[in-house]
Structures are given as structure tokens and as C-alpha cells.
Design a protein around this ligand. Structure first.
Ligand code: ADP
Ligand code: MG
Length: 254
């Protein structure tokens, strides 16, 4: 089966270990959620999968449909099908959403092939309609002056345009009110399908009311300490993370 496999991953920032032997398999067509307290290393994990240069992998493997992607540049990983939606998307003054996405989509075409403007805008507007985004968005510089909800919808729009095989969405719900969360989640639900594996990272159970995961993992202190069905989120909501930390000390689940 096609999947994104993370095997016994260890990650350092400087000489401090942040991810401490994490294993996970995300199958295409499935939605896995990682929940965990702040500081447990969730964003670090997501950035390492995408190839962020600040983090040093000191052990383990990341296999994309069987191919080891550690050591590949972020743009190569992206073209191979990895997408990362950031917890804190960056503002890029002077680069419009339309130009940015056009460059990103063009970069995936075989050498010498060009993207027709009409074809590009047709696709862009189609995806924007799914995400209930106003067309005036396309001429605005990326994330500059965007509300929290607009920033996250812009991330989901990038995902919609790039059509990845594995999407990692880091705290898509942070800073969103209920309406914005509903729209952004609705977009992700429309993009769900047999060819896409999703890793949803969240601190709160609330996001999982909108996007139902197939499996939930709990990450504490750089490791997955518990995995279970979607109902696990409700238990976490009711009992808090301390409960898992206590359980993990007595009966760790890899
Ligand atoms: P989470 O997303 O689960 O809240 P993070 O991955 O953001 O956790 O952070 C895990 C730990 O790594 C925290 O202690 C954080 O301060 C530290 N950390 C993350 N990124 C950096 C960085 N670029 N430089 C230094 N420390 C970092
Ligand atoms: Mg984080």
C-alpha cells in the first residue's frame, strides 16, 4: 500500500533532542490526527517531514511510497507529493496569491511545458469556489493583512492547487473562529479522497468535530504515546493530556 512511513525518527535543534524516536504510518486515503500538548514537538515533526533546514535528523527514516526522502531539498519533496500547511503562515509582501500559486504549479510541469493562463485561472477559481474565497484574494500579497481564517484558507488553497499525495496540516484551527473553521475544514473534507493521505496536527479536539480522522495519535515529549480510534479525542477532551502522560509512564504504546 502507498504510504508515508516515519520510522524511529530522532530530531535535534542544536544539541537538544525534540523528537525522540517517533514512528507513524500514514496511508493514502486516510486521515491521521496527532494531538498533544504545546511543546511536544508536533510542529517540529511537520517541518522535518517537509525538509526545514533548522532541524537535524539524528536517526530514523522517512519513506514516501517506499523512497527515503531525508536528504532531499524541500522543493524536491514538494514535487514528490509532500505538502505542509503551516501553523504560522508567513507574510510575503509584493508576491500576490495568484503569482505565487502560478509559479508553484508551473514548477511541477515537465521541463519546457507551460501553464496556459486560461487553464490556470479556471483551476484557481474552481478551487477558490470550493473554499468560499473571494476572487479579490488573488491580487493580494500572500497573507499580508489576512485574518487568521484567511491565512488558513490560503494554506488550504495551496494544497488544493498543488494536489499533494500527503498533506500535513499543522494547527489549521489555531486562531480561527467557528465560521472560519467550518469553511477551512469543509475545504479539507472536499479534498479528501483515496489518493491523499492527511496528517492533521492539533492541540484541541474541536477541529476533529469538523474533520473526522481515521486514527488519532497522542504525542507527548517527542513521541507517540498512544494511538486509537476517533473516540480517543473525546476522552482526551474530557480527561486532559495529564491522563495520557500518566498512562504512558505505565503502559507505553508505540
Ligand atoms: P508543538 O508544535 O508541539 O507545540 P514545537 O515543535 O513547536 O512543539 O516545539 C517543541 C520544542 O522545540 C519546544 O520546546 C520549542 O521551544 C522547541 N523549538 C521548536 N522550534 C525551535 C527552533 N527553531 N529553535 C529553537 N527551539 C525550537
Ligand atoms: Mg506547533
Amino acid at each position: 500500500m502507498k504510504s508515508l512511513v516515519i520510522k524511529d525518527l530522532h530530531v535535534n535543534i542544536g544539541d537538544r533532542e525534540i523528537v525522540k524516536g517517533l514512528s507513524l504510518e500514514i496511508e493514502r486515503g486516510k486521515v491521521h490526527a496527532i494531538m498533544g500538548p504545546n511543546g511536544s514537538g508536533k510542529s517540529t515533526l511537520s517541518k522535518v517531514i517537509a525538509g526545514h533546514p533548522d532541524y537535524t535528523v539524528t536517526g530514523g527514516e522517512i519513506l514516501l511510497d517506499g523512497e527515503n526522502i531525508l536528504g532531499l531539498e524541500p522543493d524536491v519533496r514538494s514535487r514528490k507529493g509532500i505538502f505542509l500547511g503551516f501553523q504560522h503562515p508567513m507574510e510575503i509582501p509584493g508576491v500576490t496569491v495568484a503569482n505565487f500559486l502560478r509559479a508553484a504549479v508551473s514548477a511541477r510541469l515537465p521541463e519546457g511545458e507551460e501553464l496556459e493562463a486560461t487553464e490556470y485561472y479556471y483551476k484557481l477559481y474552481e478551487k477558490m469556489d470550493i473554499l468560499e474565497m473571494d476572487r479579490s484574494f488573488t491580487s493580494r500579497p500572500i497573507n499580508v493583512g489576512f485574518s487568521g481564517g484567511e491565512k488558513k484558507r490560503c494554506e488550504v488553497l495551496q494544497m488544493a492547487m498543488l494536489e499533494p499525495s500527503y498533506a500535513i496540516l499543522d494547527e489549521m484551527d489555531s486562531g480561527l473562529d467557528i465560521d472560519a473553521l467550518r469553511i477551512a475544514s469543509g475545504g479539507v473534507n472536499k479534498l479528501r479522497g483515496p489518493d491523499l493521505g492527511i496528517l492533521l496536527i492539533t492541540h484541541y479536539q474541536r477541529l476533529l468535530d469538523y474533520i473526522t480522522p481515521d486514527v488519532i495519535h497522542v504525542m507527548v515529549n517527542g513521541k507517540i504515546v498512544m494511538s486509537g480510534p476517533k473516540e480517543l479525542a473525546l476522552e482526551l477532551e474530557a480527561k486532559g493530556y495529564d491522563w495520557v502522560k500518566d498512562e504512558a509512564e505505565t503502559a507505553p504504546v508505540a
